[in-house]
Design a protein around this ligand. Structure first.
Ligand code: F6R
Length: 608
């Protein structure tokens, strides 16, 4: 979703801002703009469409002189994507420029009041309200005006602000939308996430809720909502700048799929000690674990899908009942949470608005929370009682692959740890689980190396209208993710069904040649799913089967088979998902889709 950058320093600001915005492109956007103080006044240039439109408009920034500025990529919420609604927004005198990420919920009320006071609005955005409200409160003291605005607006915001009569400062403030500040040798920066500043610095400050940052060329100072100075410590980011580059791959998504063996290894190996699962980042003791009555897994999208798989794993291994909820449903349904329950939050970005709200709801009710998060220092990572990081590095493609794989590993490790604490798994079983887990990176690599075969198969389906995915148990969870991967990047309609449920309605959609991808890795459910394959096949479906090596008799009922290496039944998701990711990717590439930045989608969904 919207991306913010800001810079003050020795270099010309516009190229630095454009470069930062490029790094934030992956978040999803439909227009972009920058504001630069040129020595006399603030200049704004903005344009609907891809960043390259803005780059052309500004000659890659060359025609915007000045070394202080703010920039923005907008993912439209209030008002259609067009040049006028694009950020930055000015006050009427063009002395205050604002970029904003989030939603000002009471903007209509404020807008009406400002209009009564003679303020004229040019756009349909909620953001323009902030520019005029700052003007309304401004009497020469930026900090004072900002704190007054913070007390007045409701909703979520990360703001970057320029005042033309304070041309040596960039102001930044946030509530429930991500924003970081970084100090580099040649200046100071703000950005929605660290990828945009990595080129300049790896020492960043996480601006907390309702905090204000004031950036000067040589220093950054912080203030609370009352305008009082506060001290903050910077955090060193280990991700190197190259991690956020394509590195010769055609798309970030392909690169990230290829990073999965490493991601799985990096997430797994620090937590294996002497053939035992040791999760040092988790403070929960054996006694705490034994007390857990129920686990509530809460997440969105693919992260939710890892939860659907994990339910089978926690319940099977550790015999702890698990509810899995989509965060946007959980937060509004007054959930029943017991005092000994554990709320397990899953998020790559650590900033997903609904997931964050669900976490806060659990905390308000006094329930223990544990978060599996990829982005270090993100809101969810900071607010959860405990955090277990997925060591996937920056994920740029909107469609998640490597973070998804890393989340699965965290679930497996937690399940083993819980089962061990409850005395349900002995040392020998633990060692055999570990052995299988340690094989996963090489097995994933093997599957990735089979990409040409999947590419050829995918090319046949670029014109498909509907594609169905079916499976039972963990295979159903895999199907959900396979289906989402395909539809979100290729725009082909797809649904995932519990294989036994298909005949209760959806099978009527199967016609001659409809592709039904069937996931069949759970041996005890093998025969049941094969029956469902036969049902769709006899109605004309073309059946792709993804199954374990050795299950060759599936060829009798399927048209095309992809074999995955043998592993423990709990861990098959980590392998079976790889060909399905590749399938979705190659269908989208074959259709000429913008794989890394699918239409209407944002990487970090920071509004509900
Ligand atoms: C799909 C995808 C999304 C995310 C979802 C949650 O490929 O990436 O469905 O999984 O938006 O995002 P996070 O994990 O950042 O909370």
């Amino acid at each position: 979703m919207c991306g913010i950058v800001g810079y003050i320093g020795d270099e010309q600001a516009a190229p630095v801002l454009l470069d930062g915005l490029e790094k934030l492109e992956y978040r999803g956007y439909d227009s972009a703009g920058i504001a630069v103080f040129d020595g006399k006044q603030i200049q704004i240039k903005k344009a609907k469409g891809r960043l390259k439109v803005l780059e052309e408009l500004t000659h890659d920034g060359a025609n915007m002189p000045g070394s202080i500025g703010i920039g923005h990529t907008r993912w439209a919420t209030h008002g259609e994507p067009n040049d006028t609604n694009a950020h930055p927004h000015f006050n009427s005198k063009k002395t205050i420029a604002v970029v904003h990420n989030g939603i000002i919920e009471n903007y209509l009320k404020i807008r009406k009041k400002l209009e009564k006071n003679g303020y004229k609005f040019l756009s349909e955005t909620d953001t323009e309200v902030v520019a005029h409200l700052l003007d309304y409160y401004y009497n020469g003291n930026p900090l004072e005006a900002i704190t007054k605005v913070m007390h007045r607006v409701e909703g979520s915001y990360a703001l970057g602000v320029l005042f033309s009569d304070h041309p040596d400062k960039v102001y930044a403030v946030r509530k429930d939308s991500p924003l970081i500040a970084g100090k580099a040798t040649d200046g100071s920066l703000i950005a929605s996430d660290v990828t945009a500043v990595l080129k300049h610095t790896r020492d960043v400050y996480y601006i907390d809720n309702q905090e204000i940052a004031c950036l000067a060329k040589d220093s950054i100072s912080f203030f609370n909502v009352d305008g009082e100075p506060i001290t903050k410590e910077s955090k060193h980011i280990d991700w190197d700048a190259n991690a956020a580059e394509k590195g010769g791959y055609e798309h970030f998504m392909l690169k990230e799929m290829y990073e999965q063996p490493k991601t799985v290894r990096d997430t797994l190996s620090p937590r294996i000690k002497d053939n035992h699962v040791v999760i040092e980042d988790m403070k929960m003791t054996d006694a705490d674990i034994k007390k857990i009555d129920r686990i509530h897994i809460i997440a969105c999208g693919s992260a939710y899908h890892t939860g659907v798989t994990a339910k089978y794993v926690y319940e099977g291994m550790a015999r702890i009942p698990v509810d899995v909820d989509v965060a946007s449903e959980f937060r509004y349904r007054d959930p029943i949470l017991g005092k000994n329950d554990l709320v397990l939050i899953i998020s790559q970005s650590g900033e997903t608005a609904d997931t964050l709200a669900a976490l806060r709801l659990a905390k308000e009710r006094g329930i223990r929370t544990l978060a599996i998060v990829n982005v270090v220092g993100s809101s969810i990572a900071r607010e959860a009682d405990e955090v277990m990081y997925t060591w996937a590095g920056p994920e740029i493609a909107v469609a998640t692959t490597k973070a998804y794989s890393a989340q699965l590993i965290c679930h497996y490790l937690l399940a083993i740890r819980f089962a061990k604490a409850k005395g349900l798994v002995d040392d020998a079983t633990e060692a055999s689980y570990i052995k299988d887990l340690e094989k996963l990176p090489d097995q994933i690599e093997l599957l990735l190396n089979n990409k040409e075969r999947i590419q050829k198969f995918a090319n046949r389906y670029v014109t498909a209208k509907d594609i169905f995915f079916i499976g039972r148990g963990i295979d159903y969870a895999i199907s959900m993710e396979g289906s989402l991967k395909l539809k979100e990047i290729s725009y082909i309609h797809s649904e995932a069904y519990a294989a036994g449920e298909l005949k209760h309605g959806t099978i009527s959609l199967v016609e001659e040649g409809t592709l039904v991808a069937s996931v069949v890795t759970q041996e005890e459910l093998y025969k049941k799913t094969v029956s469902n394959i036969v049902e769709v096949k006899s109605r004309g479906a073309f059946v792709l089967a993804v199954t374990n090596e050795g299950n060759t008799d599936i060829e009798k009922v399927s048209d095309y088979v992809i074999y995955v290496p043998q592993t423990n039944q709990y861990f098959t998701n980590s392998l079976a998902i790889i060909p399905l990711q590749l399938f979705g990717y190659y269908v989208a590439v074959g259709k000429g889709c913008d794989v890394d930045k699918p239409r209407n989608l944002a990487k970090s969904v920071t509004v509900e």
